[in-house]
Design a protein around this ligand. Structure first.
Ligand code: NAP
Ligand code: DHK
Length: 526
């Protein structure tokens, strides 16, 4: 266990399993503000800082660079990014390169020079390379991610320019673009920094230790990025266990669109860390699930949760599907079999939700041992997507009479017919009350962040129900659940479903028993 102490703040770090560095971008109007941010970066666990000279409002080369170098508590990387390469500097080019050369002379550990400027920069050195400084030669593409051939050619051109370290940053139009950056990283013969910018490129920033990246950028605060898609240092260290990642780390993730709201990475990465399981679980913003699996077909990509809008398509993508998931028509858990690399799909949503609802009902009604409190109840499902199918199937299995209400009536009818239930349009829902003591289960994304003021049914209609469940778990208490509580009803949250559906997934991912109490404790703080 390594104790990293500075300015009275310390981070306890376990032994590192990879040499990949975490670099904190430092952007500020003044040198004094930069010095404060450097100290924060050190305390946060960064390995070095990137000093973005182009962010300074005013800048006197020699005194300011000297001050920054002398007072920085971490190794330095000086960048003076011009507007034509995505930065903020739009002044004289010779002056810009003079500043970078001065940084070298004054003891900078690294400088970043754009490929487009490296030949002019090299000429200005007159063959003299001062000090220990490593020259990073960089190329940024804010439009797309080129082919592997083009990327390979770019690496060669950067290498030929005399770079000590190659840096390539591209832009993800689709998550499959990241695979090409992984490919050039793992095959690079020289130190390389390679990432894909944007939310779809997130895993390139987290998994670079697995593929041999020299460094990744981590911000001091969420959203205060120097390029699109950068995670925070805290997330890299505490959520993704960055220091523990290595070439043999297995990759897991939540496939969805949107997906950033998902708490699955929080749950599984904490559990992996608690037992020393060599895996990492990441957010995967996926446009097309079939294309995703065709691209990431190696055994390293070991297991996936699946959410909106891919659960039904996941069924078609898997090589083999559990019979219950086939009956439901939705898959939310996908495992790549180590023996043959085939994809196996199953559904853990229905067990997670139904068991949580049964527990809630047992608090309301006496239930004979061995029977379900759902038996005979009128169970109204709002939604006919992956979650809706899971709950409809599960409630039917437990002997409930099931009604499906959905925005698209045809999907409601199709699901209702498949389980011998009744179909309603969403508009009919508020006036549907054939009896009291019904159970309501929302499985639409209505009320999910950021549209937290929405609800799928009028508060007045809730008086006919005894229990209300909401699959949406971000936020934990949705407007629907809040209004149900105000009506004195029993509520069951989507967090309880989320925890329940994760048990079987974790066991399938790791082969280990689910840490149920840990899962509950993690989500209790949420
Ligand atoms: P899905 O397959 O895409 O289904 C979405 C359902 O919501 C469809 O029935 C759709 O109706 C309906 N819908 C979406 N937007 C709507 C709107 N604005 N107005 C009316 N209906 C709307 O998604 P899913 O996988 O079933 O997930 C649905 C929700 O449940 C998500 O919020 C997800 O996060 C949550 N969930 C939570 C857990 C958990 O562990 N707590 C597990 C599973 C799902 P149409 O048929 O008309 O499009
Ligand atoms: C939500 C669901 O839809 C579950 O079925 C997935 C996912 C987990 C989430 O991480 O938000 O298994």
């Amino acid at each position: 266990m390594e104790l990293v102490v500075d300015s009275g703040v310390s981070r306890m770090e376990g032994a590192r399993k990879n040499p990949t560095l975490i670099c904190a971008p430092i952007m500020a109007d003044t040198v004094d503000q930069m010095l404060n941010l450097m100290r924060t970066a050190k305390a946060s666990g960064a390995d070095l800082v990137e000093i973005r000279l182009d962010s300074l409002k005013s800048f006197n080369h020699r005194p300011d660079i000297s001050t920054l170098i002398q007072h920085c508590p971490l190794p330095t990387l000086f960048t003076y990014r011009p507007v034509w390469e995505g930065g903020m500097y739009d002044g004289d080019e010779t002056s810009r390169l003079d500043a970078l050369r001065l940084a070298m002379e004054l003891g900078a550990d690294h400088i970043d020079v754009e490929l487009k400027a490296i030949h002019e920069f090299n000429s200005s050195l007159n063959g003299i390379r001062p000090g220990k400084c490593q020259v990073i030669v960089s190329s940024h593409n804010y439009h797309n991610t080129p082919s592997v051939e083009e990327l390979g050619d770019l690496v060669a051109r950067i290498q030929a320019s005399g770079a000590d370290i190659v840096k390539i940053a591209t832009t993800a139009l689709d998550i499959i673009d990241v695979a090409r950056i992984f490919q050039i990283t793992v095959h690079s013969q020289v130190p390389i920094i390679a990432m894909v910018m944007g939310e779809k490129g997130l895993m390139s920033r987290i998994l670079c230790p697995k593929f041999g990246g020299y460094l990744t950028f981590g911000t001091l605060e969420a959203g205060k990025v120097s390029a699109p898609g950068q995670p925070t240092i805290q997330d890299l260290l505490d959520l993704y266990n960055f220091r523990q990642l290595g070439p043999d780390t297995r990759i897991f993730g939540i496939i969805g669109k949107p997906v950033s709201h998902s708490k699955s990475p929080l749950l599984y990465n904490e559990a992996f860390k608690s037992v020393g399981f060599n895996g990492v679980f990441v957010h995967l913003l996926v446009d097309d699930i079939a294309t995703f699996f065709q691209t990431y077909s190696s055994l390293d990509f070991a297991g996936f949760s699946c959410t909106i809008p891919h659960k039904e398509a996941a069924l078609e993508t898997c090589d083999e599907v559990d019979p219950v998931a086939k009956s439901i028509g939705a898959v939310n858990c996908i495992i790549r079999r180590p023996t043959d690399g085939k994809l196996f799909g199953c559904n853990t949503d229905y067990v997670g939700a139904i068991s949580a609802i049964e527990d809630g009902l047992r608090g309301l009604y006496h239930t004979p041992v061995g029977s379900s409190p759902l038996a005979g109840k009128l169970f109204v499902v709002i939604g006919a997507g992956g979650a809706g199918k899971a709950l409809a199937y599960g409630a039917k299995e437990k002997g409930a009479r099931v009604v499906i209400a959905n925005r698209t009536y045809g999907r409601a009818k199709e699901l209702a017919d498949s389980i011998g239930g009744q179909a309603l349009s969403l508009a009919e829902l508020s006036s549907f009350h054939p009896e009291k003591g019904m159970i309501l289960a929302n499985t639409t994304s209505i009320g999910m962040q950021p549209k937290v003021d929405e609800t799928p049914v009028a508060k007045e209609a809730l008086q006919y129900y005894s229990l209300v469940f909401d699959a949406v778990y971000t936020p934990k208490i949705t407007r629907l659940l809040r209004e149900a509580e105000e009506c004195g009803l029993k509520i069951v949250t989507g967090v309880e479903m989320f925890i329940g559906q994760a048990y079987e997934q974790y066991e399938r991912f790791t082969g280990l028993p689910a840490p149920k109490e840990l899962f509950k404790n993690i989500m209790a703080t949420y």
